[in-house]
Write a protein that binds this ligand. Structure first.
Ligand code: NAD
Length: 255
């Protein structure tokens, strides 16, 4: 594992007794699938585009076609890429660590955790796998390539089911995420810059409620100062080696 032996032992010990394991993921987890993050300077999705034009509520009101088209491009990028070894290892850990629960709270809108096999995923910023009624009449549907741009039920504009700049998160879903963090024994913050609120506050909440906090990120973030362990490695490298270590531990216990 990309960690000292003592840190590794600490994490494995906590995992052995943990009942609730929580992973907060961000764009960096999908970087190794070839999806650019939002804030890494060299390959940012925002380098040549104004976020307010394509991913904000005002942008949608002014140029809905432009917003649809940008999200269609994003969706195609996601469909062509798919999950990477980090997502796969997280899904494997869920199975390996049972009967403990492993829950994922993700800021990502790519659906990769579910594709990899994770069963409990709270997509607090929504997902490009769905479209919904902009007026929130209740209509939600799978986004297929021929999605109409009008709600089938009430005729209001239809839109990708994602949270844009200038919008609030789904309140009930975020409350569920908060409750999940309050009962976490161990909390991983992975691939997130820790600056997008309120998502970033979940790490502090988990810490204040007694969780061991582990940050997995090649760079320093505001989460680094509250983390019990900081892993300066890629998400794939860390979770694949954690998976290996948990498997080895289980084998030893069986013997
Ligand atoms: P961010 O772009 O602000 O930060 C990405 C973080 O990932 C950085 O701290 C970076 O150091 C780290 N990182 C880069 N490569 C990594 C790797 N291989 N392993 C681990 N960490 C790595 O992302 P954010 O904090 O998630 O916030 C941006 C917002 O944009 C969120 O809402 C996010 O969901 C959304 N977004 C989603 C996607 C997606 O769905 N794949 C892609 C881009 C942005």
């Amino acid at each position: 594992m990309p960690l000292s032996t003592a840190d590794q032992r600490n994490i494995l010990n906590r995992l052995r007794t943990a009942r609730n394991i929580v992973i907060l993921s961000g764009a960096g987890l999908s970087a190794e699938s070839g999806i650019p993050t939002f804030r890494d300077a060299s390959n940012s999705l925002w380098t040549n585009i104004d976020p307010m034009a394509v991913a904000s509520i005002d942008g949608f009101k002014q140029h809905p076609e432009k917003v649809w088209s940008w999200h269609q491009d994003m969706r195609k990028l996601f469909l062509d890429a798919g999950p990477n070894g980090g997502h796969d290892a997280i899904a494997q850990l869920e199975a390996l660590l049972q009967p403990a629960s492993l829950k994922v709270i993700t800021q990502n809108i790519d659906g990769f955790h579910q594709s990899a096999g994770s069963s409990w995923v709270a997509e607090i910023h929504g997902s490009t796998s769905r479209v919904r009624c902009h007026r929130r009449c209740g209509y939600v549907s799978v986004w297929n390539d021929h999605a109409p741009h009008q709600c089938r039920v009430c005729g209001a504009p239809l839109r990708p089911d994602v949270v844009w700049f200038g919008e609030a998160l789904d309140e009930m879903l975020f409350e569920l995420a908060e409750e999940t963090c309050e009962s976490a024994d161990i909390f991983f913050t992975v691939g997130t810059s820790g600056v997008v609120q309120p998502a970033a506050s979940l790490a502090t909440l988990a810490k204040n409620c007694g969780a061991m906090v582990i940050e997995v990120n090649p760079r320093e973030t505001p989460h680094s100062v509250i983390a019990d362990h900081v892993v300066r490695a890629s998400a794939t490298e860390f979770f694949e080696s954690l998976c290996k270590a948990v498997k080895a531990l289980k084998l030893r216990q069986l013997r």
